[in-house]
Design a protein around this ligand. Structure first.
Ligand SMILES: *[C@@H]1O[C@H](CO)[C@@H](O)[C@H](O)[C@H]1NC(C)=O
Ligand SMILES: *[C@@H]1O[C@H](CO)[C@@H](O)[C@H](O)[C@H]1NC(C)=O
Ligand SMILES: *[C@@H]1O[C@H](CO)[C@@H](O)[C@H](O)[C@H]1NC(C)=O
Ligand SMILES: *[C@@H]1O[C@H](CO)[C@@H](O)[C@H](O)[C@H]1NC(C)=O
Ligand SMILES: *[C@@H]1O[C@H](CO)[C@@H](O)[C@H](O)[C@H]1NC(C)=O
Ligand SMILES: *[C@@H]1O[C@H](CO)[C@@H](O)[C@H](O)[C@H]1NC(C)=O
Ligand SMILES: *[C@@H]1O[C@H](CO)[C@@H](O)[C@H](O)[C@H]1NC(C)=O
Ligand SMILES: *[C@@H]1O[C@H](CO)[C@@H](O)[C@H](O)[C@H]1NC(C)=O
Ligand SMILES: *[C@@H]1O[C@H](CO)[C@@H](O)[C@H](O)[C@H]1NC(C)=O
Ligand SMILES: [Cu+2]
Length: 677
C-alpha cells in the first residue's frame, strides 16, 4: 500500500501548461486547455480539438465574469462550436468571504450555446475566517467562502478538478445531479467513492442531462460541508425563459441561507455522538445569507472576532420589474422561514422542477431544499424593504445556546434604470413584517398548490416498500439514527459501489425468480449497510415512517421522486389499499417532483420513484448531524448495468492513499467501556 502512495498521487497530474492570463487578475477567466491524462481518449481528443480552435477563437471572451459585462455571443457560436471553457479564478493570498455579487447570474448567459465542457479548478484548504465576525477554522474552496457559482446549460459537461490541500480527506457531491452513467462521480464517501486524500487530486467529470434548475454542491465526507465546503449550482434549460418560467423576470440570483456554528464540525460531532446525548443536535450560533452574517464582537468575549468589514447585505432590484431569487438552504440543521416585507411573491421552482407560479407570503425551506421565487418591485410605499430569514428555533431540542441569534436580515433596495447599484450606503428600511404568525411546526412548506410546468403523471408502480426511520439508544448509551434495524457507518476505504462490483455476480444479483427489489443481505451487512437493490427499471412506492419526534428532510441521490402525499399523521395505507388511496386522493396526477422531502415528527410520506439510473444512491436525512448518526441507507439500481461499466483504476487507487481516513467521524468504539452497562 504505502509504497505506491507517492506515485499514486503523482500520477494524477492532469494539468499541463500555464493557464494564467494575468491581464485580468480580478476576474474569473476562461481559457482553453489540453491534455488531461485522467480523462478518456475521447475527451483528450475533444480537448485537443478545442485547443486547436483557440487560434480561431481568441476573442471568445468571458462567459461569467459578473453581471455588468456584456458581450455579443451570437456570431461566436456560429463561427465554431465552443467545445470547452476553462474557468479560472485567482486564489486570494488571504482567506476571504466571497463577494455576494458573484451570486447574481449574468444577464449575458447564452442559453442556446452548443454543448460545452466547462472546466473549474478548486483548491481545498484549511483557513480561519469570520463569516459573521467570529473567527473559526474552516475548509474553503479557492480560499473563499462560500464556493463559486457553477453555471451550466443542460447538455453540458462539467469538469471540476479538486486539489486537496487540507489536512483531512474530502469529496464533493453535486446535490440533485442525476449522474446518469457516472455513479462514481456522485461524491458520496462510503457509497460511491473513497475520499480525496490530503495532498492528492481528483477530477469530477459528468454531463448534466435531463434536468435543469437550482442545485448546489457540498462535501459528502462526514459532516465536513458545515465547515464551509459548499456552493450553488444552476443548470439552465434552453427553454427556461420561454416555457419553464412563465413569469418574465429582469434579474436572477442565488440566495443561500444557512445556520452557522462557531465551533468546528469535528468538535460538535464528538459532543453530539457521545453517550447519553440522546440526539440533542448542536444549536447554531448565527444565520448567514450568502455566507455572511454580522454579530457584535462584544457578545463573544474570549473569541477572536472582527465584524468591522461586515455590513448589511443588500439586493438591488430594478423598480417596476420582476426578479427571480433562488433560495437554497445550505445549512446543517435549521429550517428557515424567509419573507420580504410588503412583497408577496410567486414560487416558480422547487428542487429543480419548474412550477406554475403560485402566490405566497413566506417560504419555509429545509436543509438541502431549493425554492425559486419571483417578486415584483412594485411597491409605492418605499424604496427599501427587509428580507427576513429566520431559523425555526422550536425545532431545536438540544441544550440551549446562549449565543444563538436566530434571524438575519438583508435589504431589498429598489434602483432606477441604469443607476450603478452598489454605490449608495445601505440604510435600514422601515418596512413591517407580514402579520401572520410564524410557522410553528417543523415541516415542509405546504406545496399542495404547486404543479410542475412539465406535467407528468406518476407512472405505474412495481411495488411498495415500507421504511422505518428512527433514533434508538444502543450499546454504551449511544443514540444513533436508523432505517429499520440499520444504522449507517461509512466505510471510507471500501465504498458500497466497489464492494458490489467485487462480489461474485451470482451472490450480488437479484435472482430471476425473486421480486425485482429487495434488501441485499448477501453482500452487505444490514447492521450498517441497508441496501435496497432493484433489477431492471423498477418503479417503487416508498413510504418513509418517522418514529422520532424530530423532522427529517430525506434526500435521495441520483433521482427526483414524485411526492404522492404530504407528511401525514396516523398510519399509511397498506400495500393492498394503496392503489385505491392514491386514486381517491388524486395523488398520481402531475404530482410535485423533488429530491428532498421532509417527514414530520411521528408522520409518514409516500414517494414514488422510477429507479432507472444505474448506481448506488444514498437515501438519507439531510440534517448533517442525523446523517452522521447513521440515518442513511442506499438504493442499488440496475446493478447489471453498473457491473458492465465497472470502476476505474484511478478510483480504486484513491482507497489506498496515505491519509484517506483523515477526518472520518469518530468510531463508536472510542466510547466503549466508559459505562458499567
Ligand atoms: C495536484 O495537481 C497540481 C497541478 O497540476 C500539482 O501541482 C500537484 O503536484 C498535484 N498534487 C498531487 C499531490 O498530486
Ligand atoms: C466550542 O468552542 C469553545 C471555544 O473554543 C469551547 O470552549 C467549547 O468547548 C467548544 N464546544 C464543543 C462542543 O466542543
Ligand atoms: C405588486 O405585484 C404583486 C404580484 O407580483 C401584486 O400581488 C400586488 O398587488 C402588486 N402591488 C402593487 C402595489 O401594485
Ligand atoms: C395545504 O394547503 C391546502 C390548501 O391549499 C389544504 O387543503 C391542506 O390542508 C394543507 N395541508 C396541510 C398539511 O396543512
Ligand atoms: C422495515 O421494517 C418494517 C417493520 O418495521 C418492515 O415491515 C419492512 O418490510 C422493512 N423494510 C424493508 C425494506 O425491509
Ligand atoms: C471496510 O471494508 C473493508 C473491506 O470490506 C474491511 O476490510 C474493513 O474492515 C472495513 N472497515 C470498517 C471500518 O468497517
Ligand atoms: C457462485 O458461483 C461460485 C463459482 O462461480 C460458486 O462457488 C458459489 O457457490 C456460487 N454461490 C452461490 C450462492 O450460488
Ligand atoms: C438514465 O439513462 C437511461 C439510459 O439512457 C434512461 O433510461 C434513464 O431514464 C435515465 N435516468 C435518469 C434519472 O436520468
Ligand atoms: C480534521 O479531522 C479531524 C478529525 O475529525 C478534526 O479533529 C480536525 O479538526 C479536522 N481538521 C480540519 C482542519 O478540518
Ligand atoms: Cu434527520
Amino acid at each position: 500500500m504505502s509504497s505506491s502512495d507517492e506515485d499514486g498521487d503523482l500520477e494524477e497530474q492532469p494539468f499541463l501548461g500555464d493557464h494564467y492570463d494575468d491581464k485580468k487578475p480580478a476576474e474569473q477567466r476562461r481559457r482553453y486547455s489540453w491534455g488531461n491524462s485522467l480523462l478518456a481518449m475521447l475527451v483528450v481528443f475533444i480537448l485537443a480539438m478545442s485547443f486547436a480552435l483557440t487560434a480561431l477563437n481568441i476573442g471568445f471572451s468571458n462567459s461569467r465574469v459578473g453581471p455588468a459585462e456584456q458581450h455579443d455571443q451570437d456570431d461566436e457560436h456560429q463561427a465554431s462550436p465552443p467545445a470547452h471553457i476553462v474557468y479560472e479564478e485567482d486564489i486570494p493570498a488571504a482567506p476571504r468571504l466571497r463577494t455576494s455579487d458573484e451570486y447574481i447570474l449574468a444577464s449575458t448567459w447564452d442559453f442556446q450555446a452548443p454543448p460545452t465542457t466547462r472546466e473549474h479548478s478548486w483548491t481545498i484548504s484549511d483557513a480561519v475566517l469570520n463569516p459573521d465576525g467570529v473567527f473559526r477554522p474552516m475548509v474553503l474552496i479557492n480560499n473563499q467562502f462560500p464556493g463559486p457559482l457553477v453555471e451550466v446549460n443542460e447538455g453540458d459537461t462539467l469538469v471540476v478538478h479538486v486539489f486537496n490541500r487540507g489536512v483531512n480527506a474530502t469529496s464533493i457531491h453535486f446535490h440533485g445531479m442525476f449522474q446518469n452513467g457516472t455513479n462514481h462521480m456522485d461524491g458520496t464517501v462510503g457509497v460511491t467513492q473513497c475520499p480525496i486524500a490530503p495532498g492528492s487530486n481528483y477530477t469530477y467529470t459528468f454531463s448534466v442531462t435531463g434536468q435543469a434548475g437550482t442545485y448546489w454542491y457540498h462535501a459528502h465526507h462526514s459532516a465536513q460541508a458545515n465547515d464551509g465546503l459548499l456552493g450553488p449550482m444552476v443548470v439552465h434549460a434552453r427553454n427556461e425563459k420561454t416555457e419553464l418560467q412563465t413569469l418574465e423576470y429582469a434579474s436572477d440570483r442565488v440566495v443561500m441561507v444557512q445556520d452557522h456554528y462557531h465551533n468546528t464540525t469535528a468538535e460538535l460531532l464528538m459532543d453530539y455522538l457521545k453517550p447519553d446525548r440522546e440526539n440533542q443536535e448542536p444549536i447554531p450560533d448565527s444565520a448567514l445569507i450568502n455566507g455572511r452574517g454580522i454579530r457584535g464582537c462584544q457578545d463573544f468575549p474570549g473569541w477572536e472576532c472582527d465584524s468591522s468589514a461586515l455590513g448589511l447585505q443588500h439586493f438591488d432590484l430594478q423598480r417596476g420589474q420582476r426578479h427571480r431569487l433562488r433560495f437554497i438552504n445550505v445549512g446543517a440543521f435549521a429550517e428557515f422561514q424567509v419573507e420580504v416585507d410588503q412583497h408577496p411573491f410567486y414560487i416558480t421552482e422547487v428542487d429543480g422542477t419548474d412550477v406554475h407560479p403560485e402566490p405566497f407570503h413566506r417560504l419555509t425551506v429545509m436543509p438541502a431544499q431549493r425554492y425559486s421565487i419571483v417578486l415584483e418591485a412594485n411597491s409605492t410605499d418605499a424604496s427599501s424593504f427587509w428580507l427576513r430569514a429566520r431559523m425555526l428555533t422550536h425545532c431545536f431540542r438540544g441544550t440551549p445556546n446562549p449565543h444563538l441569534k436566530e434571524d438575519i436580515h438583508a435589504v431589498i433596495r429598489y434602483v432606477d434604470g441604469e443607476q450603478e447599484p452598489s454605490d449608495a450606503p445601505v440604510v435600514s428600511p422601515t418596512s413591517k413584517a407580514w402579520d401572520e404568525t410564524a410557522e410553528v411546526i417543523c415541516r415542509d412548506l405546504n406545496t399542495s398548490a404547486l404543479h410542475p410546468v412539465v406535467a407528468r403523471d406518476a407512472p405505474p408502480s412495481d411495488g411498495y416498500v415500507y421504511l422505518r426511520a428512527s433514533f434508538g439508544i444502543g450499546a454504551w448509551r449511544l443514540a444513533r439514527g436508523f432505517f429499520n434495524e440499520s444504522t449507517w457507518h461509512a466505510n471510507v476505504t471500501s465504498p458500497t459501489l466497489h464492494r458490489f462490483l467485487d462480489a461474485p455476480s451470482n451472490i450480488s444479483s437479484l435472482e430471476d425468480g425473486e421480486l425485482p427489489f429487495g434488501i441485499n443481505t448477501r453482500v452487505f451487512d444490514p447492521a450498517q449497510d441497508f441496501v435496497l437493490q432493484t433489477r431492471g427499471i423498477c418503479t417503487l412506492d416508498i413510504t418513509i415512517n418517522n418514529f422520532d419526534d424530530g423532522a427529517h428532510p430525506f434526500h435521495l441521490h441520483g433521482h427526483q421522486f414524485y411526492v404522492l402525499t404530504p407528511s401525514l399523521t396516523g398510519y399509511p395505507p397498506s400495500a393492498a389499499d394503496l392503489p385505491r388511496y392514491l386514486e381517491e386522493t388524486g395523488a398520481l396526477r402531475n404530482p410535485l417532483r423533488r429530491d428532498t422531502v421532509t417527514v414530520g415528527s411521528y408522520q409518514w410520506v409516500i414517494i414514488r420513484v422510477v429507479l432507472d439510473n444505474p448506481g448506488v444512491w444514498a437515501l438519507h436525512c439531510h440534517n448533517a448531524w442525523h446523517a452522521e448518526a447513521g440515518m442513511a441507507m442506499q438504493l442499488l439500481v440496475r446493478g447489471e448495468e453498473l457491473r458492465k461499466k465497472g470502476v476505474g483504476q484511478v478510483e480504486r487507487d484513491m482507497c489506498t492513499r496515505k491519509g484517506v481516513e483523515a477526518g472520518v467521524r469518530p468510531s463508536d468504539s472510542i466510547w466503549f467501556g466508559q459505562f458499567d452497562k
